[in-house]
Ligand binder design. Structure first.
Ligand code: OOG
Ligand code: MG
Length: 253
């Protein structure tokens, strides 16, 4: 099986905003192969001059893991072109069927290439912020198996990070909301992210070390959605609010 050919196809699907058929419809790949495809597809971006900026965690809420029938989370890579600045415009045409979800983002204060224990997790961080992740599965109808979604970089497509705040230990009980203009599209609690979003950062260090993905000072880690995602609509202002942490926002055009 040519994993690189699959990676090239998924990269082209993202670049051209054109959906492709799920890999699992025509061939069987295992999870390790899916992560290999993900790395190869991201290498195409890096070879075009994009920077690696960090990683995203997915299925960090119990509800999403249960729904997928898995007991581990997934992770994907974030690159420079995915970043939409806070309060800037997100161009709808770049995507296939984009959805937004409210998240929490961490910024690393040092290089990390090991699993960091929970007791030390705050010491590798110098910022946390409200964030929005835009997910845009490259598969038709947003349908996929676990291996499919991992190969497709866990649907990651864009992200916006709000103003950085100093890290505080107690972030396990913060209200989180996603708004389209003034309408609340989804609401939940940071407790829905593994009971405590710091656990998601801890898991990120474990998975990055396991898959030989070194993290650098200044890289970011998206902790995963606390709520369901909502389909974007052109002409809306999208806001993620995290209690006591602030907001992240973009305008869909
Ligand atoms: C997969 C990505 C999941 C999250 O925050 O849980 C994710 C998807 O739902 O398409 O980003
Ligand atoms: Mg997400």
């Amino acid at each position: 099986m040519n994993l690189n050919a699959i990676a090239t196809k998924l990269d082209a699907a993202a670049v051209n905003a054109t959906a492709v058929e799920q890999i699992s419809k025509s061939q069987h790949i295992n999870l390790d192969q899916a992560y290999d495809i993900q790395r190869m597809a991201i290498d195409h971006r890096l070879n075009r001059g994009e920077a690696f900026v960090g990683i995203k965690m997915g299925f960090t809420s119990e509800a999403k893991m249960k729904q997928m029938g898995v007991n581990d989370m997934i992770w994907g890579r974030l690159t420079g072109d995915m970043i939409v600045l806070d309060k800037a415009v997100l161009k709808f045409d770049r995507f296939i069927h984009p959805r937004a979800e409210p998240e929490i983002c961490f910024r690393l204060s040092e290089d990390v290439d090991r699993e960091v224990p929970m007791e030390e997790i705050m010491s590798i961080t110098d910022g946390m912020a409200a964030a929005i992740e835009v997910i845009d599965s490259r598969y038709m109808n947003f349908k996929f198996s676990l291996e499919d979604v991992v190969a497709d970089n866990c649907s990651s497509a864009a992200l916006t990070v709000g103003p950085w705040q100093s890290p505080t230990q107690k972030i396990n009980d913060l209200g989180m909301r996603l708004l389209f203009d003034d309408e609340v599209m989804a609401s939940g609690s940071s407790a829905d992210i593994l009971g405590d979003p710091w656990r998601s950062l801890q898991a990120a260090t474990r998975l990055a070390a396991q898959y030989n993905q070194p993290l650098k000072k200044g890289n970011i880690v998206m902790a995963g959605a606390a709520t369901a995602a909502a389909f974007l609509k052109p002409g809306t202002i999208v806001t993620a609010e995290v209690e006591r942490m602030g907001k992240a926002q973009f305008e869909v055009k």
